[in-house]
Design a protein around this ligand. Structure first.
Ligand code: FAD
Length: 425
């Protein structure tokens, strides 16, 4: 029997974005009716970031559609939304968050949902007008102005954001060069072979891919004019977008006593090492255990994870006995949109020793399965949305599947998943 905790009467969420707003929503839906403060450093109410590198940059999405909830929703839900407010410290012993205006916010439970901030490059010219990173609505607005003015675009880094931005800019008819030190785009997440498929996709659409190269300087008088690469090439640029990854926004927690290790470390209940302090979303590093595999600490920078983990954290913040807590055990998921490809990745594969192709993913219609010692660890599905539920089940089960069966398109994946759910049938 575990001792019962008092139910919280005041909850503070730091970070008013996807994880923060999802947690606030989940708390209210779960019947929490106490004080609820959601504070965020940005001036905008919580909004979706995925459209920023897609429809918003393409000029196709009306900006007003990116907001997560209508403006009056927060008041209706009695959520005290405090925008333009930055947390600068945590006094965990006193149960207080310190704010940049010298304010103190007391809490019974605290959720850290401060997400991530873009990395940049330590090279000359990085501060020139026309050089951007992309994380916020303000970033997207500034980039859009540059794209509308026209001129060549240089994208530094071919991770997901860089690859998406390159695709949107190219689709807008702009000349696009991508500079990436690794051998293929998205190499870290997808591996060299699959990243190579995306390299072909980009080249087929006219992107000038400079792989295996870095950037050494950015030149320009009043604004960016050219980018210099490690091989000495000078590439004309009217707009530069740096997409070299993000780091967790956990600097404000230094010295708080929280365990930080490239993010706020939490356990399977989204709880940190300090009492009553939880974390979720891009800022959190949490234990992922694939079916039949070893536990590994991961920090995912994906939309689906931010929502699900926030909902899980909300539930556990309200638990008054340890028996009421629910472990966070998702099948990770993200998507990316590049040219006419909708690619969806289910699972999490740090390593694999076999890739199985189903259909024709290379031409944009099929799936690639990542297997490790015969177990399905992840799958990348390209333009095959209908199989998603089945794939989640198969990956979630860490299914041991014959590669010939997986590749066989006459075998329905949904049927396979159904069979797997009811052993013996
Ligand atoms: P964030 O969205 O980073 O929000 C954190 C918030 O906390 C920010 O508003 C920040 O200002 C605030 N904050 C930080 N520090 C403080 C502080 N000290 N005090 C107060 N507030 C603070 N994922 C996908 O799965 N698919 C996609 O296609 C996809 N596309 C994306 C495109 C772009 C351009 C970007 C940037 C991200 C994309 N993502 C995508 C990732 C997804 O948007 C993130 O995983 C998600 O936004 C994480 O939510 P979060 O709330 O944890 O963090």
């Amino acid at each position: 029997m575990s001792a019962a905790l008092p139910a919280p009467r005041s909850i503070v969420i730091v970070g008013a974005s996807l994880a923060g707003a999802s947690a606030a929503d989940a708390l209210r839906r779960q019947g929490y009716d106490g004080e609820l403060v959601l504070i965020g450093a940005e001036r905008e109410p919580p909004y979706e970031r995925p459209p920023l590198s897609k429809a918003v940059l393409a000029g196709k999405e009306d900006e007003s559609r990116v907001f997560l909830r209508p403006a009056d929703w927060y008041e209706e839900q009695q959520i005290n939304l405090r925008l333009g407010a930055r947390a600068v410290g945590l006094d965990a012993a006193a149960h207080v968050v310190l704010l940049d205006d010298n304010g103190h916010l007391p809490y019974d439970r605290l959720l850290i949902a401060t997400g991530a901030v873009p990395r940049t490059l330590d090279i000359p010219g990085v501060d020139l007008p026309g050089v951007h990173t992309l994380r916020s609505l303000d970033d997207a607005r500034a980039i859009s102005v540059g794209l509308t003015a026209g001129g060549p675009v240089v994208v530094v880094g071919a991770g997901f954001i860089g690859a998406e931005v390159a695709s949107v800019c190219r689709t807008r008819g702009l000349n696009v060069t991508v500079i990436e030190p690794l051998a293929v785009p998205m190499a870290r997440a997808l591996g060299t072979e699959v990243g190579g498929i995306f390299a072909d996709l980009h080249r087929a659409h006219g992107v000038d891919l400079r792989l295996g190269e870095g950037v050494t300087a950015i030149h320009g008088a009043d604004r960016v004019e050219e980018v210099v690469t490690s091989s000495g090439a000078r590439i004309p640029a009217a707009t530069v977008i740096i997409g070299v990854g993000v780091r967790p926004a956990d600097g404000w927690l230094t010295g708080s006593g929280l365990t930080l290790a490239d993010g706020v470390v939490v356990n399977e209940y989204c709880a940190t090492n300090l009492p009553d302090v939880y974390a979720a979303g891009d800022v959190a590093r949490w234990p992922y255990r694939p079916a039949g595999g070893a536990k590994t600490l991961v920090r995912l920078e994906h939309y689906d994870n931010a929502i699900r983990q926030a909902e899980n954290a909300a539930r556990n913040m309200l638990a008054t006995t340890s028996g009421e807590r629910v472990p966070y055990a998702p099948v990770p998921y993200f998507w990316t949109e590049q040219f006419d490809w909708m690619a969806q990745y289910i699972g999490y594969a740090e390593r694999w020793n076999q890739l199985v192709y189903r259909g024709d993913p290379v031409s944009g219609a099929g799936a690639i399965f990542y297997l490790d010692a015969g177990r399905l660890r992840a799958v990348l599905s390209i333009n095959r949305i209908r199989d998603l539920g089945a794939l989640r089940k198969l990956v979630g089960a860490g299914a041991q599947l014959d590669s010939v069966l997986l590749a066989d398109e006459s075998l329905d994946l949904r049927e396979l998943a159904r069979r797997l759910e009811v052993p013996g049938q």
